[in-house]
Design a protein around this ligand. Structure first.
Ligand SMILES: Cc1ncc(COP(=O)(O)O)c(C=O)c1O
Length: 370
């Protein structure tokens, strides 16, 4: 595919405009392969959350390595994946509002679509539209395993599942949870393990209760990067949906779930002013890294991984305030920044640069950025 950025292919990274996102090719491929091997070793299907990259080529590489399909959050992500021929897409977001219903019906004609919901009210519109279109769309019931965001309480799951089976136009295919509370535990590995296992056990218990009520379920799905060593190890879980692992980020490094050398994404930035001594001003602000918070809990926006060290302590839209760097940085010098959160990073950019050994080997569009 030709892109407006093809002229950048073959350039050494010091010739790139800044700020630019660099994706290290060997690290990316290693992350994809290792997660596929991990899921296979547990005997669970892998369905990575694609919002972390929003790059079709990354999704295809995940599928090529063994993922059964991808997970998405927004209508535009679902549409992009369906149009790209991804064979199965789990839309882990309720299809509320006419635009989402329209997107779901259109995507279901192109891919095996499964839609996540946590109430009958959230799916009534889609069920009616599907029935009118003479089709049946698979849905999964979300259960709150402790994050306190979406999801029915476990005790209400059977009743909701029963009500869902009464609707024409949809078929209850499974149950799922997003055990984001594991990340909230922070750096305590033992407690992370316990929290992830508890989430896995809870969703399996829910699935068993629904089945005992006479409703067959195929999928019992869990999903997060910090929980991927725990929740999907519980017998009865059938699927894992980690997303962030594909690029890694500083927040996963901060809590110890991803090694620094397994982070594939950095932002290339340049020093633009040393007038003030400290802080040094660089050209990566919130529009380059996103404003997502730091699990170091020191308010930083990014962590410098190139020689000078230091952190982006404050960020305006196009200005990063670099503090704690070793002396010697001059205007024009390049730095590499590891952002706090990979998914937020991806959403800020129209394209990313695939890099191998300091040279751009491809430029990939970021699509579905809403
Ligand atoms: C529903 C759902 N599944 C899976 C994930 C992936 O989790 P992570 O970003 O920790 O890999 C997310 C992330 O927010 C999510 O919302």
């Amino acid at each position: 595919m030709t892109t407006p950025w093809d002229h950048l292919i073959g350039l050494p990274i010091d010739q790139l405009p800044s700020p630019s996102v660099l994706i290290d090719r060997p690290t990316l491929q290693r992350n994809i392969d290792e997660m596929a091997a991990h899921a296979a070793s547990l005997g669970v299907a892998l369905r990575p959350h694609w919002k972390s990259s929003k790059v079709i080529e990354v999704g295809r590489a995940q599928i090529a390595a063994g993922a059964v399909g991808l997970t998405a959050a927004t209508a535009n992500e679902v549409t992009a994946l369906a149009d790209a021929g991804i064979p199965s897409v789990f839309w882990a977001y309720p299809p509320v509002g006419p635009a989402r219903i329209e997107a779901a019906i259109a995507a279901a004609a192109k891919t095996h679509l499964i839609v996540g919901i946590d109430s009958v009210a959230a799916v009534t519109g889609l069920a009616e539209a599907a029935a009118a279109a003479g089709t049946v769309i698979d849905v999964r019931l979300e259960v709150d395993s402790g994050l306190g965001r979406m999801g029915v309480p476990a005790d209400d799951a059977v009743e909701t599942a029963r009500a869902l089976t009464a609707l024409a136009g949809i078929r209850l295919e499974g149950v799922f949870t997003h055990e984001g509370q594991v990340q909230g535990v922070g750096p305590d590995a033992e407690q992370r393990l316990a929290t992830g296992l508890a989430a896995g056990r809870l969703i399996v218990e829910v699935a068993e209760a629904v089945r005992a009520d006479g409703i067959p379920l195929t999928s019992v799905s869990v999903g997060s990067t910090p929980g991927v060593r725990s929740a999907p190890t519980v017998p009865g879980v059938t699927e894992a949906r980690p997303g962030t692992y594909v690029y890694g980020d500083e927040n996963q490094v901060a809590i110890g779930t991803i090694a620094p050398e397994a982070t594939a994404a950095t932002v290339l930035a340049r020093v633009i002013s040393t007038q003030r001594g400290e802080p040094i001003l660089v050209d990566a602000g919130t529009k380059a890294m996103s404003a997502d918070g730091s699990l170091h809990h020191d308010g930083r926006f990014g962590t410098i991984v190139s020689e000078s060290g230091g952190v982006i302590a404050v960020a305006h839209e196009e200005h990063g305030f670099l503090r704690g760097a070793a002396p010697g940085l001059a205007v024009g010098d390049l730095i590499r920044v590891r952002p706090n959160h990979a998914c937020g990073l991806s959403n800020m950019h129209s394209h990313v640069h695939l890099v191998d050994d300091g040279v751009v080997v491809d430029v990939w569009p970021v699509v579905g950025r809403h």
